[in-house]
Design a protein around this ligand. Structure first.
Ligand code: SF4
Length: 707
């Protein structure tokens, strides 16, 4: 209406971990336009295609869940119910389950889409009230190998670099990332830096030639899963050619002598066999890295979504430690977070393997510290199930109730048949969701209507440890509420049934109260942002952690080469090369990998609503090497059957000369709404990294059949 004023609200993009600042122009309940925020230090006004189209995703129609829904029995339709009734049902079912089967019969599966405040209250509900560590998130599919890689080598889950390093680096090594599509604003920034300073070397390590390779001086199209062999061979060259920093190694690290023995066998010639790239390219890559003075590594799912993800991360970090290229301008290992707030979730301890403030539930002292902060007697010591293990526990009948929030496991998890069987078997599936089109809703017994961007207040942390305020521009539609409000309502109702003295744990006035409690939990820890609050974020803008009385918003960590380990030294891990979990065979000769589309986000529940975003790639294909297609008399659009040991899909084929012979590629986004069957992850492998428990979504052995 013309009478209503036009407002401008500073907030953050809800898609990737770049965490771009934006401004939302709204009038009443209508979002008119979204533009980049020139004052946000992480993007300085730039947005990618997804960010530019955010206004078009704001719909309050049938695409949204506007009311709570419930069904008393499986396989009958759900009906709308008042939200208060839905919260009562949730509380009474949780209480019933706890009494009959114990707290570990309940599992929470959350999302990197949630804000830090949402995570904080979910975590408190699971641990302090229900009494289970069965709380994990889709971040397990995203960054958990980066987390374990950092902890094993540097001592803490803390990305040491910052976005300004993109302009300051002399060599940028992009490993297992299609940066151009996954973090487009960072790619554009790097491309500009390379244009202005052509002497900067850009290396891309990816089995497939992607658009990121457009700015590369060298592309190493390695065999999927062979990253550790490549990084070890690079280190071998650096040692041989004396490109390492012996002083840094001697004074600031431990474990190098053992690793040096290990890498002895990884000559460039040996790695050539394993990695499928010329030894000369490996040597060149090592020299550009070792001689850079400032080498920056950018990496994401190609390293993380692997059954040896922790080893891959560690082997990459070794290159920085061995050359002393960390904690300096333009230098360091820099994991780029997939989701907008996977970092904040880790800080709030919203994972089975974490407690608030980067603490561990395995550590009795850490449990006691958090119990004291939350003013409860104790926290549970029984290890919780990580993402896929949680669904396996449902199949075994151990977990009876699954509470899923802001994520779509019936599309995004690997080995879909198994995941869907678990969702079918669970006695109660609660789905807290904003969008009405997710595959997981088909399995929901109780649906809670959630608010979403741009209806929520809170904070997120992006890849460079920067905490920003997310602000609401409009009110949630229908009965939808902020996730933390839904959680607190149900938690209070549950506490009233099982432990009335704990109702007070969930009496927050607003998001600022939750953040204040959460920030206190970080005091004395590596990330310590105990001096940060909403007032400071409002006054001084987004801030990088740590942020406390002694240190405020450092761009880089480890500038003094002191590491948060027992000895204060960084650690070289004695990691070996382990091939991908699934070997090729006569029936499954293809190496199947997956990746992103430029204009879509995850399972497309939001981005799929926008026609402009659907134009770049309009339908799913299985991409194959043109030579492989010719040999099998396949042309573009020929229907083929692609299969793995877990399932099969019928899709049109499309030639891609960016693939090596014997490789196939699928975009990760297509769910069962677009692909007949259970979506593309019916094919994906659920083999997990033994440390991070992250599944090997990036590689399966596949077979192809024609008709
Ligand atoms: Fe949003 Fe990421 Fe694009 Fe920035 S780069 S606008 S955060 S999707």
């Amino acid at each position: 209406p013309a009478a209503q004023p036009i407002r401008e609200t500073a907030s953050i993009c809800c898609y990737c971990g770049t965490g771009c600042g934006l401004r939302i122009r709204s009038q009443g309940q209508q979002v008119l336009e979204v533009i980049g925020d020139t004052e946000h230090p992480s993007n300085r006004g730039a947005l990618c295609s997804k960010g530019h189209q955010l206004a078009a995703t704001v719909r309050h129609d049938h695409s949204r869940i506007l009311q709570a829904q419930w069904r008393r029995e499986k396989n009958i339709p759900r009906h709308n119910i008042p939200l208060e009734d839905a919260c009562d049902i949730a509380a009474s079912k949780l209480a019933e389950t706890m009494v009959m089967h114990g707290p570990d019969a309940i599992g929470f599966y959350l999302s990197g889409q949630l804000l830090t405040e949402d995570y904080a209250v979910f975590n408190k509900l699971a641990r302090a009230l229900v009494g289970t560590n069965n709380i994990d998130t889709n971040s397990r599919l995203c960054m958990s190998s980066a987390v374990s890689g950092y902890i094993k080598t540097l001592g803490a889950d803390a990305p040491p670099a910052c976005y300004d390093d993109l302009e300051l680096a002399n060599t940028v090594m992009i490993a297992g990332s299609n940066l151009a599509y996954a973090h487009p604003v960072l790619f554009q920034r790097l491309a500009r830096a390379k244009e202005q300073r052509p002497a900067m070397k850009v290396i891309v390590i990816d089995p497939r030639r992607t658009d990121t390779c457009d700015i590369a001086d060298l592309h190493l199209a390695i065999t999927p899963g062979s990253d550790v062999a490549l990084f070890h061979a690079m280190l071998n060259v650096m040692v041989w050619e004396d490109l390492i920093d012996r002083d840094y190694i001697a004074h600031h690290t431990e474990g190098f002598a053992r690793l040096k023995q290990r890498i002895h066998e990884f000559t460039p010639q040996a790695a050539q066999e394993v990695c499928g790239v010329p030894a000369a390219d490996i040597i060149q890559c090592a020299r550009w890295f070792g001689q850079a003075g400032a080498a920056l590594s950018l990496y994401t799912m190609g390293l993380n979504q692997s059954s040896s993800g922790t080893a891959k991360n560690a082997a990459l970090i070794h290159l920085h430690l061995a050359t002393g290229q960390i904690g300096k301008p333009g230098a360091g290992p820099f994991s780029l977070t997939g989701q907008p707030n996977a970092m904040g979730g880790r800080e709030a301890g919203g994972m089975a393997t974490l407690l608030p403030g980067h603490r561990s539930p395995d550590n009795a002292a850490h449990r006691a510290e958090v119990a004291k902060l939350w003013q409860v007697d104790a926290l549970p010591a029984t290890p919780g199930h990580t993402a896929l293990d949680m669904f396996d526990a449902v199949l075994r009948g151990e977990i009876k109730v699954l509470w899923i929030a802001a994520t779509n496991p019936a599309q995004s998890l690997p080995d879909q048949s198994r995941v869907r069987a678990a969702l079918q078997k669970a006695e109660l599936v609660i789905v807290q969701e904003a969008f009405a089109n997710t595959e997981t809703l088909a399995f929901a017994d109780l649906v809670l209507p959630a608010a979403t961007w741009p209806e929520k207040e809170g904070t997120v942390t992006n890849s460079e440890r920067r905490i920003s305020r997310v602000r609401a521009a409009i009110a949630p539609p229908g009965d939808a509420q902020a996730d933390w409000r839904l959680v607190c309502t149900i938690a209070r109702k549950l506490a009233a049934r099982i432990a009335p003295e704990k109702v007070r744990l969930f009496n927050y006035g607003d998001e600022a109260d939750i953040f204040a409690e959460h920030a206190r939990s970080t005091a004395g820890r590596d990330l310590d942002y105990s001096a940060l609050d909403y007032a400071a974020l409002q006054a001084y803008g987004p801030q990088q952690w740590p942020y406390n009385a002694a240190t405020q918003s450092p761009q880089r960590l480890y500038v003094n080469a002191m590491f948060p380990t027992d000895s204060g030294r960084a650690r070289f891990m004695d990691v070996g090369y382990v091939p991908v979990a699934e070997k090729n065979s006569a029936a499954y000769p293809l190496r199947l990998t997956t990746g992103r589309m430029r204009d879509q986000w995850h399972t497309m529940s939001r981005s799929g609503l926008v026609p402009a975003l659907n134009r770049h790639v309009e339908e799913p294909f299985v991409y194959l090497h043109p030579g492989d297609m010719r040999r099998q008399n396949i042309v573009d659009d020929t229907l083929v059957r692609i299969k793995t040991k877990r399932g099969a899909l019928i899709l049109p084929a499309m030639g891609d000369d960016g693939l090596k012979p014997g490789h196939a590629f699928l975009h990760m986004h297509w769910g069962s709404a677009y692909v007949a069957g259970d979506g593309i992850n019916v094919l994906a492998n659920s083999a997990r990294d033994p440390v991070s428990h992250q599944p090997e979504l990036k590689h399966s052995a596949a077979g192809l059949e024609t008709f």
